[in-house]
Design a protein around this ligand. Structure first.
Ligand SMILES: [Zn+2]
Length: 363
């Protein structure tokens, strides 16, 4: 004897207007499924309007003519099968559902666009406020990441000839000794013909061998390093990375790049190609002059040196020097800071140390 179809059965009903879970009885009416709660009919869903919804163990059914979120959950497979047989379009798409999906996609896009727009417009202003709030440990991590980037961007390694490193460390110690920085500063020379010096987050300073090779005396190099120490003190490397990298960090997060790796690449490129403001440069120059004065040495050679480099540079090298925009004004300002102050301190490096420093990249 064939099994008789059920004449109805229990289900759980959500009306789509409230979150209330209601236990109801389903009855098969002439052209519609009737939803009955405590003997009262609370819904009539035409069979033609029934649609399957994604569900777990129970069968979930919605209705295109009922509120969008209204649904029935039917635990009894026989009852679910009987309803499915009566509903011709049960597996058709509900046009409202694809509209909903489109709305979600458009909504997410709008959020992404506004986040990015906000960051482009607001980050430069926010960076000044954010920098003091960022813990040193984070800056150190960012510094380590950008450090790797700089080395791979320039295909460069740190020069390590022992007597050169000893001379550089001696010079660094003298500069740091009077700079009064809260943390250590790491100065190294990169084997690269680029004529530049850069400061990364976390107190890392790189002098490129290309710049070192055209320096004429220790004061020129010391002034440049003291200027970079000024950038360390002001955390300008971190500030620049927030300003230029902020949007790409957001983009990275939005598109699942949780490591922010591409953002670091992006931001480091901009950092190397130049992103400090003129105000930041002026402040670093002041710091340089202060440090050199404390050592009894002149500040002007650094600016004269960089002006000389600009004159000698061509194409790419000039663009790299944009990280330290040069002008006669800067030179004049540093000369004014030196005033008539006599050069009272001993040379920062003796002749042997100076020769060793210049040869730090020799193999
Ligand atoms: Zn600078």
């Amino acid at each position: 004897m064939p099994e008789l179809p059920p004449s109805g059965g229990p289900a759980v009903f959500w009306d789509g207007a409230t979150a209330r879970r209601r236990v109801v009885m389903l009855r098969f009416g002439a052209g519609a499924l009737e939803i009955v709660e405590d003997g009262v009919r609370v819904g009539t869903w035409p069979y033609a309007d029934l649609r399957h919804r994604d569900g777990g163990a129970a069968t979930r059914i919605g209705c295109v003519s009922a509120p969008e979120l209204a649904r029935l959950e039917i635990a009894d497979p026989a009852l679910a099968a009987a309803i499915t047989r009566l509903a011709p379009d049960i597996d058709a798409a509900d046009p409202r559902r694809s509209r909903l999906r489109l709305k979600i996609v458009l909504g997410s896009l709008a959020v992404a666009v506004s986040l990015v727009a906000t960051s482009w417009i607001l980050l430069p202003h926010l960076a000044d406020r954010l920098v003091p709030l960022i813990p040193d440990s984070f800056e150190q991590r960012l510094g380590a990441a950008s450090d790797n980037q700089v080395k791979s961007l320039f295909g460069a390694e740190v020069c390590g000839r022992a007597d050169g490193v000893a001379a550089l460390d001696a010079l660094s110690a003298r500069l740091a000794g009077v700079a009064g920085l809260p943390g250590p500063v790491r100065i190294a020379v990169l084997r690269s013909p680029v004529k530049n010096a850069i400061t990364l987050p976390g107190g890392r300073i790189y002098l490129f061998d290309g710049l070192l090779q055209i320096a004429r005396d220790p004061d020129e190099v010391a002034g440049v390093l003291a200027h970079e120490i000024g950038h360390v003190r002001a955390r300008d490397g971190l500030r620049a990375m927030i300003q230029t990298g902020g949007s790409s960090y957001l983009l990275g997060l939005l598109f699942g790049d949780v490591t922010g790796g591409s953002a670091v690449i992006f931001a480091t490129r901009l950092l190397v190609d130049g992103s400090h403001s003129r105000e930041a440069e002026r402040a670093a120059d002041l710091d340089s002059a202060r440090i050199m004065a404390a050592l009894g040495r002149p500040a002007a050679p650094m600016a004269a040196f960089l002006l000389r480099v600009t004159g000698e540079g061509t194409g790419k090298q000039i663009s790299l020097l944009l990280s330290h925009p040069l002008s006669e004004e800067r030179l004049a300002a540093l000369r004014a800071l030196d005033g008539d102050r006599p050069v009272a301190g001993p040379a920062l490096l003796d002749d042997a140390q100076w020769a060793a420093l210049r040869g730090i990249c020799r193999r």
